[in-house]
Design a protein around this ligand. Structure first.
Ligand SMILES: Cc1ncc(COP(=O)(O)O)c(C=O)c1O
Length: 393
């Protein structure tokens, strides 16, 4: 079976080059598990190695160079989401970013944080942990498909006690992409804050935080951003940053501390931008990796990646249609993403069979999750279908 993807010829050619240049190990393994951990491109490995070579002798790494590396990462992260660098704090994981959001937002006893049931737990526990302050986490029931029920979320946002909606850009177990346009409009209308866990979406989903009026957004680098463990960022809307108090503070979050010759002129003045949420010394090697990998994604273009990964899903979707297998992911329109989940009767056996054929994918909530990225190919997806077709009964 051949599937033509006329809309995406450029990136198809690019994908081949990418495999040779940046992901040479793909010659031996079909890796369709970017929603768990994304690979490091060769250029990123080399950047880390070059950095660490300098790092062996610290005098080769002047402070100003290190600060410039952090600044470059904030610029790259800002460009990815349509923000400005002052709206970016570098953080080591999505969870750290979400905790900062949960603790900094001015929530009071009786306020409600709205989260959809079935969200990844990283976007549940930081809100649940506010219970001691009398802030209630409301888990909104999912639809019968297991997706966030946006009608219900919008309805609940009319309740003035709902002060926060915290939602994943893309759901980890079914690939449902949030309609942020709609949700953010509902948040605005009610004066509620919109917090986005973006780790399953950024890298393959175009996003403009300005247009969508997102208040805070947290994203780890280790999945679709093809970046090191320990890399990530938190976006805080410019108008908001100076009004939010970080619970954990570090010396790097205060004004005047870029001058290492005069550090004991303590001040009361937190930086007035998102850097007030950065706490002390960074894992600069991880930051370098993030900048380098974001450079690769920018070269390819997120719009092009989005179109490409949608095309990659087609063989599996066609297989599911042929055999009337349940597709757990939205298949078209705004809710579609790079993640495609299918639930054959015995998903566990199918997963085993795929693994035996050298195909890496995941089993999540009773479905097989395929999460192809820019370097995967249609041939790989056809190989998946071959294995699935060969399954008994
Ligand atoms: C939606 C979502 N949020 C967060 C995470 C991970 O969070 P962290 O970067 O804090 O480990 C995952 C990982 O699977 C996820 O799918």
């Amino acid at each position: 079976v051949t599937h033509t993807t006329a809309a995406t010829p450029d990136i198809r050619a690019l994908a081949r080059q990418l495999r040779d240049r940046e992901f040479p190990w793909t010659a031996a393994t079909t890796y369709l598990n970017n929603a768990s951990v994304g690979p490091l491109p060769e250029r990123t490995r080399l950047a880390l190695e070059a950095f660490n070579a300098r790092r062996t002798a610290p005098h080769q790494l002047p402070d100003r160079d290190v600060l410039a590396m952090h600044a470059a990462a904030r610029v790259a992260a800002a460009e990815l989401i349509g923000a400005v660098p002052e709206e970016i704090a570098l953080v080591p994981s999505t969870s750290v970013g979400l905790n900062i959001a949960a603790r900094a937002l001015p929530l009071q006893r009786g306020d409600i944080v709205l989260v959809s049931d079935r969200e990844f737990p990283a976007n549940v526990y930081p809100w649940q942990a506010l219970r001691g302050q009398g802030v209630e986490l409301e888990l909104a029931p999912a639809t019968s498909d297991g997706w966030p029920d946006e009608d219900h979320l919008v309805e609940r946002l009319a309740d003035p006690r709902v002060r926060v909606l915290a939602v994943s850009l893309v759901q980890f177990s079914n690939g449902f992409r949030a309609d942020l346009e709609r949700l953010s409009a509902a948040c605005r209308a009610n004066g509620a804050y919109l917090v986005v866990d973006a780790i399953q979406g950024l890298g393959h989903t175009p996003l403009d935080v300005r247009r969508l009026a997102v208040d805070l957004l947290a994203c780890g680098g280790q999945k679709w951003l093809l970046s090191p463990f320990g890399s990530g960022f938190l976006y805080v809307r410019r108008e908001l940053a100076a009004t939010l108090e970080p619970v954990a503070v570090g010396w790097t979050g205060y004004e005047g501390n870029d001058d290492y010759a005069n550090l004991t002129r303590y001040t009361d003045t937190l930086r007035d931008d998102a850097r007030r949420f950065e706490v002390g010394t960074m894992g600069t090697q991880d930051v370098i990796g993030l900048t380098t990998s974001l450079g690769l994604l920018e070269e390819l273009g997120i719009e092009a990646i989005a179109a490409y990964v949608h095309a990659l899903a087609e063989p599996v979707l066609a297989w599911a249609r042929r055999h009337e297998i349940r597709v757990v992911s939205p298949q078209d329109g705004i809710h579609r993403s790079a993640i495609v989940c299918v639930a054959p009767d015995d998903a566990r056996a199918a997963h085993r069979q795929l693994k035996a054929a050298g195909i890496v994918c995941a089993l999540r909530e009773g479905a097989i999750r395929f999460s192809p990225h820019c370097y995967n190919t249609l041939e790989e997806m056809e190989k998946v279908v071959e294995v699935l077709e060969g399954m008994p009964g």
